[in-house]
Design a protein around this ligand. Structure first.
Ligand SMILES: [Zn+2]
Length: 412
């Protein structure tokens, strides 16, 4: 099966190009390919990006906002309590059904890779993980999916969670999750990290932890995670989400931590939507924002990505989900507005995320897999500004989603 995309703009070329796809891969890119005899799609001068990533998505909790009681305090603790009420009754089929609805919406927006977080602990057992593994199976033709076994209630403070975490990995979860900052003490946070690495090493899995998601400047589990990553030789295999406490660290300590993160080759995922809503609820004015130091991380060469953590759940009431919206959000929050910075923002949902997930053959060059999205605007700048529909989305060279809506003014 082959396909040609004509009139495409790609980030590395000034003029439009044609992209020849065969057997799921990009075979050639040229200003004019000539007649290949293949079916053709006209990109109409739009930007074509490699498939977008959402590397941090709580798909087991998504759309609970449709049925839950309101989160009156707007805080993480109340969100956790509301979610627990549902988790006690989770059914894998029901979890899969909700997750698939949100994944389908993400695919329509050009997402071809999702990292799904499944709560694993003594409240919900393995039911969320089994639900997301069902969703992974059913959505496989449309996108790549990884399931993270995620100890949402902690490990030390939830006796039995470590065993369940290992069981989830044995049953087929892809990534070892973690939530060290949620433990009661620094010592127990380190034990939490040790447990996660123990499982990751024995089953040869990468690690993705939610770290220092608090306004407390004394929350320092990123330091412990970076140290452990270096000592265990896990450089390039660990992602840390949130790290919002970094915003409140003094500059000297923040500089040291950023240096450790760079040396440990840890990817930092900034999830601006949720942190702008949930952080600093106890602050009066000025309110902190709970966002990691993005510009300083980028300047030190750290791999920074942005993700859509939540989609209409007890933590966060919105979420389309759309990586381009996450990129738009991080451009605001991290004040990344210069042309070069807009490119960095698009990197976060494309190449930098692919690097974090260790996906090879990714990009728009011959030999790469043909996971592509036609964005519906001619440039990175216009894609971010307009947040347009995605006319065509491709996975492994096959069209998996399309959009056709037009808006026009009536003549007067
Ligand atoms: Zn999260």
């Amino acid at each position: 099966m082959s396909l040609v995309i004509r009139n495409a703009r790609i980030r590395t070329e000034q003029r439009t190009v044609e992209i020849f796809i065969e057997s799921g891969d990009i075979k050639a890119i040229a200003p004019q390919l000539g007649d290949t005899g293949s079916p053709e799609i006209d990109a109409k001068g739009s930007l074509v990006l490699p498939g977008l990533f959402n590397m941090h998505f709580h798909a087991d909790k998504c759309l609970l906002g449709e049925v839950m009681r309101p989160n009156v305090s707007g805080t993480l603790p109340e969100a956790i309590n509301i979610t627990n009420d549902f988790k006690r009754k989770y059914d894998p089929e029901e979890v899969a059904g909700r997750a698939i609805r949100a994944i389908e919406a993400g695919v329509k927006n050009g997402t071809t890779f999702f990292r799904l977080f499944a709560d694993v602990g003594t409240i919900g057992g393995l039911r969320a993980a089994r639900g997301l593994m069902l969703a992974r199976e059913r959505m496989r033709p449309y996108c790549d999916l990884q399931v993270v076994a995620f100890p949402q209630e902690g490990i030390v403070r939830d006796p039995g969670a470590a065993e369940l975490l290992e069981e989830a990995i044995k049953e087929g979860c892809d990534i070892v999750g973690g939530l060290p900052w949620y433990e009661y003490t620094d010592e127990e946070a380190r034990q939490h990290i040790d447990s996660c690495f123990d499982i990751a090493k024995r089953y040869d899995r990468d690690i993705h932890m939610l770290v220092d998601d608090t306004d407390d400047a004394n929350s320092r589990s990123l330091e412990a995670l970076a140290l452990k990553t270096m000592r265990e030789g896990f450089q390039g295999r660990v992602t840390a989400s949130h790290c919002g406490a970094m915003a409140t660290y003094n500059d000297v300590y923040a500089h040291k931590i950023i240096d450790m993160v760079a040396t440990a080759e840890i990817t930092i995922s900034v999830n601006a939507h949720i942190n702008l809503v949930c952080s600093a609820r106890l602050d009066r004015e000025p309110k902190r924002r709970g966002i990691a130091r993005v510009k300083e991380l980028l300047a030190r060469g750290v791999n920074v990505i942005c993700s859509q953590d939540d989609v209409n759940d007890p933590y966060y009431p919105f979420g389309k989900p759309d990586p381009l919206e996450c990129a738009y959000m991080i451009a605001h929050v991290a004040q990344l507005t210069l042309p070069k910075e807009l490119e960095q923002v698009i990197d976060m949902i494309t190449v930098s995320s692919a690097r974090a997930a260790r996906v090879r053959d990714y990009g728009i060059t011959p030999g790469c897999r043909a996971d592509l999205v036609i964005v519906g605007a001619p440039s990175v700048h216009e894609a971010l500004r307009l947040q347009p529909l995605r006319p065509h989305v491709f996975k492994n060279g096959r069209e998996v989603a399309y959009a056709t809506v037009t808006q026009s003014l009536r003549s007067m």
